[in-house]
Write a protein that binds this ligand. Structure first.
Ligand SMILES: *[C@@H]1O[C@H](CO)[C@@H](O)[C@H](O)[C@H]1NC(C)=O
Ligand SMILES: *[C@@H]1O[C@H](CO)[C@@H](O)[C@H](O)[C@H]1NC(C)=O
Length: 654
């Protein structure tokens, strides 16, 4: 019944807010992109320091926001005040649970030797999964004053962004590897924040900083030759000029001019202003005047596939078109025909503004994860518990009431969630892993989510190698490699991304050594690995075969890398599947702009929300952080006050 009551209101605000939301989604997608690139761009990994590398975040794209918005289920808000009687099972377990802290170890922040304090029996919000999405949601909710528990199955928080360390005898020291995203921008606390970067917004809100080394260039190894990419990419005497001459430079300029109003539109509506209920009229409404000043026709372009914009700008030069395809693929996992324009509008600013810089987080991507964990735990409000596998999200009468931990005795302790449960699982895993009773969702809903197309998986190679400072300073921190343009960048063994964070960060390897990881983004077919068991000779052989391409790419940058290597690990689709608990080790959903849209956080189960890379705005670090923000804002109408407070600050910065 409450649904119907919201509908007229929704209908009223949709015409105006729908646009805004769209825009917002763009922005989020954008931002995601921006960072996304990171996310997906480079890395992923695995755990235990053992055998493998991590999976990167998937790329993505946003999509039709409007559709997403319209689809939002109205919302649990009204009921929050009703006290429900506890399901008996919960009540029983909660009374017996005081002793059970043992199996959940606490997160990074707490560590030392002291055992972490026992978990409570109930929190306002329980978050399942500590990916950047779940952590962002947790940090924001703590800021709003909620008690939050984030439960992570792995021994380290961060999802695809958790890093791993390995001690190496020969180097007599530790190598620190990123397991997922490794390409970031907009995080540097010494640079003014852009409200369009959701991750930065969260870090600022909780007052945590991530020290970064700024840099401006990365390498390209293309069939046409080697180039250094910088904001001057399309300027006279830049790579486009060298390859295509004036014609290419003119086309590039015309594209950039066309992007300007789009970038402004993206900047006009922060992801932070979004929420999955009608409160969006208030929160997004604050930014409507800005957004409304812009040309609505331009704003509408934001949801289109980016290839439409490229065509519209009259870009025919093959080098320019190829580059834009690669860039889209790296950011979103799909080429320009599937990447949403909003994402690119944001990314292009991050790449080509005069003062554009990228950020190398000192200590690796895990520094970002640690900052979010600190944000959650600092006032004692929130808690991140690792090695705490959730076996069930408990649903009673169509509403999520808590979670059951796998290990806790006797049959799995139940922890109650007063306001709601946020799932950081992928769509496929939430629907198919059995974590939620299969009949709890309407069959149609399950069918829709499960049939979301998935990007292929990826191969990863992590290497610790000998290299001194001078040699390192001659390298770029990232390279994008393409074998030949005759094949698509989405083909197997054509495109690879290489990240050498040691170029900017000396803390990742002992002196005289460096770390790198190279991977094929979203092109490795899971089917090849599907019937192979880990830790068999067959598996080892396939690993060797399938990592050969990555070694060959590496040799183009560091010709004697095999001789220099003192440590290496190969990550496969099975690594990603296992360590990240991800459906078929996928890079992420393959949702094409114009064809589908990423879902908003609400689900048909009351008080169960979702975040992560299968949600709006999409794949990539900024995007998933944005998904966490929207989930947190949507947990109840009670968040509106806190959200407006944050928005007022953001607006003052505009
Ligand atoms: C949770 O989402 C993050 C991105 O926020 C992703 O890296 C991670 O794999 C997700 N966790 C699971 C279990 O899918
Ligand atoms: C390894 O490093 C430690 C200190 O970090 C040092 O005490 C030790 O002598 C080193 N071992 C070798 C073989 O160099």
């Amino acid at each position: 019944m409450r649904r119907p009551s919201h509908l007229p209101l929704l209908a009223l605000i949709l015409p105006s807010v729908g646009l805004v939301v769209v825009d917002a989604s763009f922005r989020s997608s954008l931002s995601s992109t921006a960072s996304t690139s990171n996310a997906r761009g480079w890395s992923v990994e695995d755990r235990l320091g053992r055998p493998h590398p991590p999976p990167p975040l998937p790329p993505t794209t946003t999509t039709t926001i409007r559709a997403a918005f319209v689809a939002l289920p109205p919302h649990p808000a009204g009921r929050r005040r009703r006290r429900r009687s506890l399901p008996s099972e919960l009540a029983a377990s909660s009374s017996s649970s005081s002793s059970s802290s043992s199996s959940s170890s606490s997160s990074s922040a707490a560590s030392k030797n002291d055992a972490p304090p026992p978990l409570s029996d109930a929190y306002d919000v329980v978050i399942v999964g500590s990916g950047i999405g779940g952590l962002s949601a947790g940090a924001l909710l703590c800021h709003y004053g909620y008690d939050v528990l984030v439960l992570e199955s792995h021994y380290a928080p961060g999802g695809a962004a958790h890093g791993y360390s390995v001690f190496n005898k020969e180097a007599n020291g530790t190598f620190v590897f990123d397991t997922g995203p490794s390409f970031f921008s907009g995080l540097n606390p010494n640079v003014k924040a852009k409200s369009s970067n959701p991750l930065r917004t969260i870090l600022d809100v909780v007052g945590e900083r991530v020290d970064c080394v700024p840099y401006r260039t990365f390498g390209l190894k293309f069939p046409e030759g080697d180039f250094v990419h910088s904001p001057n990419f399309g300027m006279p005497s830049g790579p486009i000029d060298i390859v295509s001459g004036n014609g290419g430079v003119d086309q590039w300029r015309s594209l950039m001019e066309g992007m300007e109003p789009l970038a402004r539109a993206v900047d006009a509506m922060p992801t932070m202003a979004l929420r999955g209920d009608v409160g969006v009229a208030l929160t997004a409404g604050m930014f409507l005047p800005n957004f409304g000043k812009l040309n609505p026709l331009e704003n509408l372009k934001l949801t289109m596939p980016f290839s439409n914009i490229i065509d519209g700008a009259g870009v025919t030069d093959p080098f320019v078109r190829n580059w834009l395809d690669v860039l889209c693929f790296c950011l979103s996992g799909v080429p320009s025909s599937g990447t949403i324009t909003a994402e690119m509008a944001m990314m292009m600013g991050e790449f080509y503004d005069e003062d554009a810089t990228m950020d190398c987080p000192v200590g690796g991507a895990r520094s970002i994860v640690n900052a979010l964990v600190r944000g959650i735990e600092k006032d004692g409000r929130g808690r991140v518990a690792v090695r705490s596998h959730v076996s069930e999200i408990c649903v009673e009468d169509g509403r999520a009431v808590g979670v059951r931990l796998r290990k806790d005795p006797p049959n799995g302790r139940v922890i109650r969630a007063r306001k709601g449960v946020i799932s950081n699982l992928s769509s496929w895993d939430l629907m198919k892993s059995g974590i939620v009773r299969p009949d709890a969702f309407p069959p149609k809903f399950v069918e829709r989510r499960v049939s979301t197309p998935a990007c292929p998986s990826f191969m990863h190679l992590h290497v610790g190698f000998r290299m001194n400072k001078e040699e390192l300073s001659a390298l770029q921190a990232h390279y994008i490699y393409v074998d030949e343009w005759e094949r698509s960048v989405t083909d197997e063994e054509n495109c690879a991304l290489l990240s050498v964070p040691s170029v900017h960060d000396a803390t990742l390897a002992p002196e005289g050594y460096a770390v790198l990881h190279v991977y094929t983004p979203a092109t490795e077919r899971y089917e090849r690995w599907e019937n192979i068991r880990r830790n068999t000779p067959e598996y080892d052989q396939l690993k060797e075969e399938r990592s050969e391409f990555l070694w060959r790419v590496l040799e183009k940058v560091i010709p004697d890398i095999r001789r220099r290597a003192v440590h290496h690990q190969v990550g496969t689709p099975l690594t990603h599947e296992r360590f990240l608990n991800r459906h078929r080790g996928t890079y992420g959903p393959a949702i094409y702009a114009g064809e589908g849209s990423f879902p908003f956080p609400n689900t048909p189960i009351d008080n169960l929300l979702v975040c992560g890379d299968s949600c709006f705005p999409g794949v990539g670090v900024p995007a998933v952080s944005g998904s966490g923000i929207i989930a947190a804002n949507s947990i109840s109408f009670d968040t509106i006050g806190g959200q407006l407070g944050v928005l007022r600050k953001l607006k003052a910065q505009l």
